[in-house]
Design a protein around this ligand. Structure first.
Ligand SMILES: Cc1cc2nc3c(=O)[nH]c(=O)nc-3n(C[C@H](O)[C@H](O)[C@H](O)COP(=O)(O)OP(=O)(O)OC[C@H]3O[C@@H](n4cnc5c(N)ncnc54)[C@H](O)[C@@H]3O)c2cc1C
Length: 431
């Protein structure tokens, strides 16, 4: 595997923002008390919290990419507090697991909310979103209703939507049932990601477009990068799936690509065919389903899953175009303006890697498909763990199960591809 993600095309969200000048000037000094590898939402939170807890220490935060271009700037911008993946059927979750996930996700949301308010980060933050988990088929409607029953049991009562309410909201009659998705905010993810990177404390040194190839076995750790070697007493791996390339999580996480696209800005006629709200969101009630968002004058569509390999951009465009047309045959627009892929790290049981994996090596990796809030809280907790802080949340997190062991290749890939194909077939019209 490569040392860091390399995508076929840029993030559509990032393309909508002014160009960014990456911070690439490596410090002359080479030894630091802490080095954080990977500056997605997880790494940003780790570096910020370390800097707060140790204000006299310099923290170096290294990313192979430019802020806004990694998975943290390629996602669909849902800040969810639900206990599973965006589309998961929560009906089978144990109460204990769900409670812990809820409290982590809520804390992650609050971290982001506080930063956005404090620094006035411009990221189209909408914390009164109409965002619905919707089903298009009778079977998936049944499981969505069961999920709602479970939420009610946990003291939540998500609003329900019937077909005509969903039609009014989105302009399509594709969906037959929906429930509030427990999305606490919708954002422009690349703007949020860049914004957080730009307000890091003064004692964090961000280094973009710098790939880490190798870390030493023990402290002081040598860190071999594309801009020379560094050394540190403590290293933090927050580079998600690519922690594998640095020796962690290889038998616990797999890489799943999923794909997003925007329509061009729609004309007034087409906008009238997209319902009454200025912005709305639809999450799939089946995990192989499709995410939609109305974002200003554009429609976002996200779908597709491929194992460890990014599909050809033209095939992706066709796939997303078909799914878009299936839902919005009444729109005149027939084009997609940006198409991109993004990598998620997934485990078999939904658990992810968290903790001090070797003396001085702290890892948080594998947040799956809902890592904006979860990455933010895990990043912060990782810093707290390393600094000897105590909290109920951290204790709870340390008690949660990590990811299951996975069989080696080629068995693993064979099994994963069969499962993806089967679930895609099973999803039918939900795709
Ligand atoms: C299309 C799509 C839609 C999604 N929608 C949502 C959504 O709506 N809501 C949600 O919560 N989640 C969503 N997700 C998932 C979410 O984007 C991820 O869970 C989140 O980005 C994880 O954050 P992270 O910081 O842990 O990892 P990442 O964002 O993957 O960040 C890891 C960083 O590490 C860097 N890196 C990797 N290896 C190295 C190395 N060797 N050296 C230096 N740097 C390295 C990478 O460049 C990257 O910037 C979506 C994902 C995709 C792809």
């Amino acid at each position: 595997m490569t040392s860091a993600p390399a995508y076929n095309s840029g993030s559509g969200w990032n393309a909508l923002l002014p160009p960014r000048i990456a911070r690439t000037e490596a410090p002359a000094e080479r030894g630091f008390p802490a080095i954080v590898i990977g500056a997605g939402f997880t790494g940003l939170a780790t570096a910020r919290r370390l800097a707060e807890l140790r204000p006299n220490d310099q923290v170096v935060l290294i990313d192979a990419s430019v802020m806004g271009e990694g998975a943290s700037g390629r996602n669909s911008g849902y800040l969810l507090i639900n206990p599973g993946e965006p589309s998961a059927n929560a009906a089978n979750f144990a109460d204990d697991w769900a409670n812990r996930q809820f409290s982590l996700a809520r804390a992650g949301f609050e971290i982001l909310q506080k930063q956005v308010r404090r620094y006035n980060i411009g990221c189209d933050w909408n914390d009164a979103p109409v965002a619905v988990t919707a089903a298009a088929t009778p079977n998936v409607e049944k499981s969505a209703r069961k999920t709602r029953e479970q939420y009610v049991k946990w003291g939540l009562a998500p609003d329900e939507y019937d077909q005509s309410a969903l039609h009014r909201l989105t302009g399509t009659d594709y969906y037959r049932y929906g429930l509030d998705s427990l999305t606490r905010a919708l954002v422009q993810p690349a703007a949020l990601h860049r914004g957080l990177a730009d307000v890091l404390p003064d004692n964090v040194r961000l280094l973009e477009e710098t790939t880490v190839f190798e870390i030493g076995e023990k402290a002081p750790f040598s860190i071999r990068t594309s801009r020379g070697d560094f050394s540190t007493g403590r290293v933090f791996l927050t580079n998600n799936l690519h922690a594998r390339a640095l020796g962690f999580g290889g038998s616990r996480m797999v890489g799943i690509y999923t794909y997003g696209a925007f329509t061009p800005e729609l004309d007034d006629h087409d906008l009238m065919g997209l319902g009454t709200e200025a912005d709305w969101g639809i999450l799939p009630a089946h995990r192989m389903g499709t995410t939609l968002r109305k974002v200003g004058r554009r429609l976002l569509i996200r779908s597709g899953d491929s194992y460890e390999h990014e599909n050809d951009p033209e095939a992706v465009r066709q796939m997303l175009h078909t799914l878009y047309r299936n839902r919005f045959p009444h729109l005149r627009n027939d084009e997609l303006e940006f198409v991109w892929g993004g990598l998620t790290a997934v485990s078999h049981n939904g658990g992810f890697i968290f903790g001090e994996m070797r003396p001085g090596v702290f890892v948080s990796a594998g947040c799956g498909g809902a890592g904006v809030v979860r990455g933010s809280i895990h990043g912060e907790l990782l810093a707290e763990l390393a600094c000897g802080e105590h909290s109920k949340l951290l204790e709870n997190r340390l008690r949660m199960k990590g990811p299951n062991w996975l069989p080696p290749e080629p068995l693993r890939g064979f099994g994963a591809k069969i499962q993806i194909r089967f679930e895609q077939w099973q999803a039918g019209r939900e795709r």
